[in-house]
Every structure is written in C-alpha cells, then in structure tokens.
Design a protein around this ligand. Structure first.
Ligand code: KG4
Ligand code: ZN
Length: 493
C-alpha cells in the first residue's frame, strides 16, 4: 500500500470513497475540490489498486495551529491500522509546519476513532451539540499539543553579532550587537575589526538573547549557526561559539546558509514562507536574486552582483558626497530633497547585450564611477552642484535596476511573489517603488520587519528550526567557515 499526496486528479476517487464512508453527510464535489486546493491544505491518500483511505489537514500558520479536516478509511481496509498511519502522517506534517496544537472533531459515538485519537495524545476540550447534520449527532472537539523545538541561532557573517532564539516558527529573542560604529572611520566594514568585535560581543549577546527569551541554555534543543557566505574571520567567531556551546551541552548543531536565512526570516512574521518566491537580498555585503521553490531543498541563485553590493554602492557614493558611513540612510535622507530625474545615471547590466548572460546579475561599480565623475566634473570647474539631485538620481538608478530585475524574474518563472531582505530594504524609495510595481503586476510583496531584514540571529535560528522540525540530521561538527558558500547548500552536512 502506498500513501501519497492527493491532487485535483484524485477528485473522482475521493468522492467515491467520501460517499461510501459518509453517505448522507458526505461533502459535495465542489466542497471537496476547494478543500484539497486551499492554501495550506495537505491531503494524503492510501492507494492499493484503488483509493482505500484518505486524510486532510489544514494548517493555520499565523495561529501556529492545524485542523484535521477529515479522515476516511474504506470498509475493506478497516482494522488494518490504516487510520493510525494516516493520522501519524498528518501529525508529522503539522509538526514540521510549526503547529503547536492540532484540533479535530469526531462523532461522539465513534468510540474506535476517539480511542485512536486519545492514543495519539489528543484530549477532549469541548462538545459541539448537534454538530453533524442531518443526524444531529454531537461532535467532540479534541486537541493535541505539540512542543516545538527551541533553537538558538548565531549570526556573525559580517558586522552584526546576532543571537536569536525561536521555538518552532515563533520568535522568542533577537539580540544584536553591531560593530558598524567601529567601521565608520574607514568608510566600510574592515574584516579584522569585525572579527575582533564579534569576539567581544558574542558572550554578552548570547546572555542578552537568553534573557530576552526568559530561558536557560538547558531548555534549548539545538544550536544553529551561519557558516557562510560571509567574511571568513567573522564567520569563525560565530562558528567557534556555536561549536563550543554544542560540545559543552551535547546539543545538536546545524550549519546553515546565511542568505537562505534571510528568506527564512519571514516564517517569524507569518508562520510560514509562502512559496515559491523570488527573493531579493540587498545589503552592504550582498546583492542576490534567488528563486526559492522549497526553503530546505530547492533554492536557486538567479544572479548576484559582479562587483559592489548595493549597500556598498550607497556607502561609496556617500563618501563622494562627503556624507558619513553608513551611507545608505544619509543618501536616502538627502534624496528626498532632490529630483530623481535630474541626472540619468547608468543602469548596470540592463542593455540588450547584457541580457543573455547577465540578465539577473547586478553591477554597481559603473554607477558609482558615473556619480564620482559627475561630482568631479563640477568641482574641477569650480561649479556648484546639487548634491540632493545627485543623491536622488543615484538612488533612483539603484532602485530601478534592483526592481526591474527582480520583477523580470517573477515574470519569467511565473512566481507571483517577491520577498525583500537585507539592510538596503530600509531605503524609502525602494520600499515605495517595490509596492507600486508589485501592485501593478499582481505580485505579492513581502518585507519582514526591519530587525528581521538586517543581519540577525533570529533568522538563523528560524532556518535551523525548520531543519529540526523536518527531522533533518544535524551537521557534523567538523564543518568550517565557507566565505563563498553557494545558496544551493542550505545546510552543510
Ligand atoms: O544588512 P545590513 O545591515 O548589514 C550588512 O550588510 O552587513 O546592511 C547594511 C547596508 C549598508 O551598506 C547601508 O548603507 C545600507 O545597508 N543601508 C541603506 C539604507 N539603510 C541602510 N541603503 C540604502 N538606503 C537606506 N535607507
Ligand atoms: Zn545578510
């Protein structure tokens, strides 16, 4: 006997069994169709020549709960333990989806089913009088509580020391210590300075996270850590700390991909990441466009920057304009007073000749140079120039190119969803244009709250938690820092 996921193609077989088992109380065909095609619904069937049993679950990510919608076993297959197998599979699904409780209704006279559910850990919590029609029989409401794993995640890929704690899909703590101020006098992140700062910050940040979550290290079930991509020296500090904790406490450790962590952050907002999605990750260290079909198993890099990261371009242009580091917020502010169409700065890698090989790659060094030239030209001639216009026109060029490419990807891959991550997401114009362009094209836009967009430990914990809930094996303790870890490696084995 095979148990597999059901789809619209199984509708007729489902209806035959539905009518056989539930007779007058059977769902209508249209009701069944909307059930199996609904968002977050999970229908499985047991097939032995024909369909001999099925069960359905509806997950409510925002409530961290799930409902068993139906379960049916054909007359000839009863007494074989099939009902239990189907239920166990639904519960495994609920568990991996982050549900903290599972509800079901059962006829008050159905002793066999009630004892099965009790044996699986369900408890009766309510009675619904005359729930079943036309029989008028009462329903017992039963609930199973699931204790989801607590995962502590460490992030140290760049200049943010982050320690986050999640339980299942729920955020418990997101402690952060940034060394950004230390880099200000250099106008950019200095790797050695960042690594040293991580070393000093990691202990206090860990304490702060445990404090915020109100738990002790004992209650943590697993440790996760970003082992790349990022700055090698910075990564090593986080990895060393994570390994130390894992070895000292005997807890399993998961080495996860920093970039995929940015995508996973959205589970902490909505209880799930809606998939497939295009993800545009823009920060001081990376500019990447991803196609995510499955968070744990199918992440594809469509393109990335071939030179500067988007945030780095903001920081460098800020220097040209004599603005302090980090430049993004400064330029963003100055740009509000300028005219975005005053100067037509280049949009890197968008010419027809670029589209064959670099359709989804980015380049900002030409833009940065164009801004520098523009400023120098005026300075050399002893002319005044309008810095606000330069800032606005530069910002417009970056935003235009980022969103144009992201939306090309949505269109080409038929993905009606765009998720943004990284510090540059703070940019007011990027947010405004993303909203406008996505609405125009019917693309759903997701921007997690800012503290989950910038580098943080919670997203690393969230990704670790997805791996634990899915029953994945921990990483071997021998993993190392991988500065150029590809996005296809969600977890280093
Ligand atoms: O993700 P993030 O906090 O950290 C790392 O990259 O490590 O991103 C920081 C980057 C900086 O380059 C900063 O200039 C940029 O994000 N940024 C912005 C804005 N706020 C921060 N860029 C454009 N507009 C902003 N409002
Ligand atoms: Zn990042």
């Amino acid at each position: 006997m095979e148990i597999r996921n059901l789809s619209v193609e199984d509708l007729q077989a489902l209806m035959r069994l539905e009518r056989e088992v539930f007779a007058a109380e059977a769902w209508s065909e249209s009701g069944m169709l909307s059930e199996i095609t609904a968002a977050h619904s999970y229908y499985i069937g047991a097939v032995e020549g024909e369909l001999v049993g099925y069960a359905g679950l509806r997950i409510s990510p925002l409530d961290h709960s799930a409902d068993v919608q139906t379960i049916a076993v054909a007359q000839q297959a009863r007494g074989s333990g099939l009902g239990r197998r189907l239920m166990e599979q639904l519960l495994a699904k609920a568990k991996s989806a982050g549900s903290e409780q599972v509800f079901l209704e059962v006829k008050s006279s159905n002793d066999v089913a009630i004892s099965l559910y009790k044996s699986l850990g369900f408890e009766q919590i309510d009675v619904r009088k005359r729930y079943y029609q036309p029989s008028g029989e009462d329903a017992l409401v039963m609930r199973l509580k699931i204790r989801q794993p607590i995962v502590l995640g460490i992030e140290s890929t760049c200049d943010e020391t982050g320690v986050g704690i999640v339980q299942g899909n729920r955020l418990l703590a997101n402690a952060l210590n940034s060394s950004m101020d230390l880099h200000a006098k250099y106008g950019g992140v200095v790797p050695e300075v960042a690594a040293r700062a991580h070393l000093e910050a990691i202990g206090p940040t860990l304490d702060a996270a445990l404090d915020e979550a109100g738990i002790s290290l004992d209650s943590v079930d697993a440790i996760s850590v970003a082992n790349g991509p990022g700055l090698a020296g910075a990564l090593m500090v986080g990895i060393g700390a994570a390994k130390g904790l894992a070895v000292a406490t005997g807890k399993p450790i998961y080495a996860v991909n920093h970039l995929v962590g940015h995508v996973g952050a959205d589970v902490l907002e909505r209880g799930s990441v809606e998939l497939p999605t295009i993800a545009l990750l823009v920060s001081g260290g990376h500019t990447s466009l991803l196609l995510v079909r499955d968070l744990l198993d199918d992440v594809e890099l469509l393109g990335e920057t071939i030179d500067d990261a988007a945030g780095e371009a903001f920081d460098k242009v800020a220097r040209v304009l004599d603005l302090p580091y980090p430049g993004g917020p400064q330029i963003d502010k100055l740009a509000t007073e300028g005219n975005p169409s005053a100067i037509r700065f280049p949009r890197g890698l968008t010419l027809p000749k670029d589209l064959e090989r670099n359709k989804y790659n980015f380049s900002f060094s030409g833009l940065k140079t164009a801004v520098a030239r523009h400023v120098e030209k005026h300075q050399d001639a002893g002319e005044e120039f309008n810095a606000a216009d330069v800032a606005a026109s530069f910002r417009e060029a970056v935003v235009d190119v980022l969103l144009t490419k992201a939306l090309w990807a949505c269109e080409e891959f038929g993905v009606p969803r765009l998720l943004l991550g990284g510090g540059v997401v703070a940019n007011a114009r990027l947010r405004e244009e993303a909203e406008r362009r996505c609405a125009e094209r019917g693309v759903e836009l997701r921007i997690p709250r800012f503290s989950l967009c910038t580098d943080n430990g919670a997203m690393i914990a969230a990704l670790g938690s997805q791996l634990v809930m899915a029953g994945r094996e921990p990483s071997a303790i021998s993993f190392g820092a991988e500065s150029t870890l590809p996005v296809t490696v969600v977890q280093t084995p």
